[in-house]
Every structure is written in structure tokens, then in C-alpha cells.
Design a protein around this ligand. Sequence first.
Ligand code: CAA
Length: 381
Amino acid sequence: MQIELSEEQRMLQQTCRDFAEKELKPHAAKWDEEKRFPKEIIPQLRDLGLMGVAVPEEWGGSDMDNIAYAVAMEEVSRGCASTGVIMSVNNSLYCDPVLRYGNDAQKERWLSPYASGQKLGCFGLTEPQAGSDAAAQKTMAVRDGEGWVLNGTKSWITNAPNADAALIFAMTEPDKGVKGISAFLVDHDNPGFEVSAPEQKMGIRAALSAGIFMEDCKVGPDSLLGNPGDGFKVAMSTLDGGRIGIAAQALGIAHAAIDAAKEYALERIAFGQPVADFQAIQFMMADMATRLEAARLLTYKAAWLKNQKVRHSKESAMAKVFASEAATFVTHRAQQIFGGNGYSVEYPVERHYRDARITEIYEGTSEIQRLVIATSLLREG
Ligand code: CAA
């Protein structure tokens, strides 16, 4: 067993760290306050090869592995958690399923420009009544000659306002239940496809999330990703990878909070000495650092299993539930170390706390992760 990053992974880590420090961290508070998609940063993500980290070069990606992707996600999210999720949705929730289920013509059209960062993708699974209960899809796709016609509503779709295409899940055979769901690649400029105004959110406010409305949205036969009825499997296996990305985003948020708390604790004087000298603060910092490290190891383990191309639902769920709860714990303690200043928008930790909260909710709540872990555990031989 070897627990160290390869030279390539370490180089990527350093590159992303420098990029985040210089180009993301100084602007993250402003982007969050303005609730503005940081479009000026997308060309830089593209030039650094961060929009398709684990996609092969022949399809526009950087041809690295899933651990490299987790490393990059942590560093980018450490600088700006909104940028982290914009990147994660494109990498994990859009490019990865097109790579795994698409044919060559689909990859040419719907993968290469996205993995190379020229275009942006999003993932349309959630509906008003289908959040945790993802199988309760009401969006319908009905045969229309060779192609399909889609009708329905998606909600909370991250990147939707800025994306060029969406992976949309829809019922094609409702009487088959979960086996009647299919996946479709739909361009945003397709007639009958509309995106709503962005949601007003507590955190990650520079990553825009919105509803998608499809009304008689006609798509060709080439839009179908995988076979009819494969949709739920496509969605769930995609989320197995997406949850590694969100775990890594949580690592980045926690890491940023520890950075800030450490700097503050060494500078802030109380009772005649830096607060870092008090054991109460030291113990908090020790717990924060320990949870971050444990979360990172779980995240790398899940990413390593994805590299082996074996089912990693349980490990991804463990990484996500642990890392997201660690991020909430760490950002809470960081705010505590800052005292009253931690409650002020003048300091970064209130944003880190707001950003951490969503990691326990999207791509499956902590309760859903526990369900996935327990189901898998109870079924294991
Ligand atoms: N890989 C492959 N197949 C899978 C699978 C996986 N990970 N998980 C389930 N399946 C298959 C099962 O094997 C089963 O098929 P068989 O009957 O042939 O065995 C079928 O799918 C149905 O599985 P379940 O009975 O477990 O399905 P369920 O309806 O009970 O749902 C669930 C399970 C875990 C609760 C699931 O609905 C779930 O994960 N819910 C959370 C949804 C979620 O994470 N949404 C996030 C939206 S995206 C987002 O948040 C993006 C963003 O903003 C950034």
C-alpha cells in the first residue's frame, strides 16, 4: 500500500494551488456577493485542463485519473467553492456519463467541446417532486418518428443558466418504473427548452442553479444516451463519481477554513497573547485538521476505486457523507475561533460555513448517503 501522490498528481496540485491563490481566492467573496457566474475564469480552467481532468485526450480531456481530479477539486474549491462545483458538474455529472455511455458520434458532439472547456454541461435529474426520490421522474420522453419529444420540468440544476447542453433524464416507459427511465443529451438552444431565472441560495452563490422547462422539445435519435431504460443506472453510476467530486469540494472548503482560522488565531490577541496559545483553540484546530485528513483519505480511496473501474457506490457515499459533515464541523469551529468577526461578511469564514452546508445536501443528502452505505453493507457477503 502506498499513500502518496504521484509526481503528476503533485504537480497538478501545485498548479491548482497557485491558480486558486492568485486567481480565485481574491475574487471569491465578490463573486459570491454579486451572485455572478465567474465567466472570466472559465478560459483559465480550460487552459489548465480542468474541465475534463479524467477524460482521455482523444475526447478533449487531460487524460489524468480520478485521484488527480479529487486533488484539483480540493485546491480549486479552497480558492472558490462556487468555481469548484461549476467544474465538478462539468467533469463528473456531464462528461463522465457521456464518456462511459456515449457512442463515438455523441462523444464528438457532446463530449470533446465540453471536456476541453469550450462548452459547459449540466445534469438534469432533480424535479420538483424527485429530489431524494430520484426515480419519481415525471418528465416524459415519447417517441416521435426516429427521435423523441420531451415534456417536463427539472429543478435545482447547477450550471443550467450558463450551460450549452444538459443530460436530461425522462420516463420513456412509465409502467416499468425505475427501468423505464432513459437519458438524453439536449442542447440548450433546442426549441422547447427554457431555463428559468437562477435560484436565490444560501451559499455557492456564484454557481448558478435554475429550473429547466421542456415543452414539446424535439430531439433526434442521437440524443439518447445508452439504451432506452438505462437512465436510472446512468444517473446513479454518474452520482457515484459525482459524490467524489463533492467530497473533494468539501475538503477544499474545510481546508480554506483551516487556513483562515490558523492565520487569525496566530494574530488575534486576547488576554495578552495570541489566541492560538490557548489550549481551547489548539484542541479545536487539532480536531479540524484530523477530520480533514480522514475525509481526504476516504475521498482518495473512492477515487482510487473509480480508477479500478469497480463499483464504488459505498465508498463514494462514505467519502461524501464524511467529508461534507467534516466541512460543516470545520467551518463551524473556524467561525467560533473568529468569534464575532466570524459572523461578519468582512471575513471569509461565514462564506465557508454557508458553502459547506450544501455539500451535505446536493448529489444526495447525508441521509441518502447513509442509506446507500447501509444498503450496500447489508447486501455484502
Ligand atoms: N450504479 C448502478 N446501478 C444502480 C446504482 C448504482 N450506483 N444504484 C442503484 N442502481 C440500480 C439498482 O441496482 C437497481 O437495479 P436492479 O433492480 O436491476 O438491481 C435500480 O438501480 C434501482 O435501485 P434502488 O432500488 O436502490 O433505487 P431507489 O429508487 O430505492 O433509489 C436512492 C435509491 C439511493 C435513494 C437514489 O434515488 C438516490 O441516490 N437518490 C438521491 C438522488 C441524488 O443524489 N440527487 C442528486 C441530484 S444531482 C445534483 O445534486 C447536482 C448538483 O446540484 C450539483
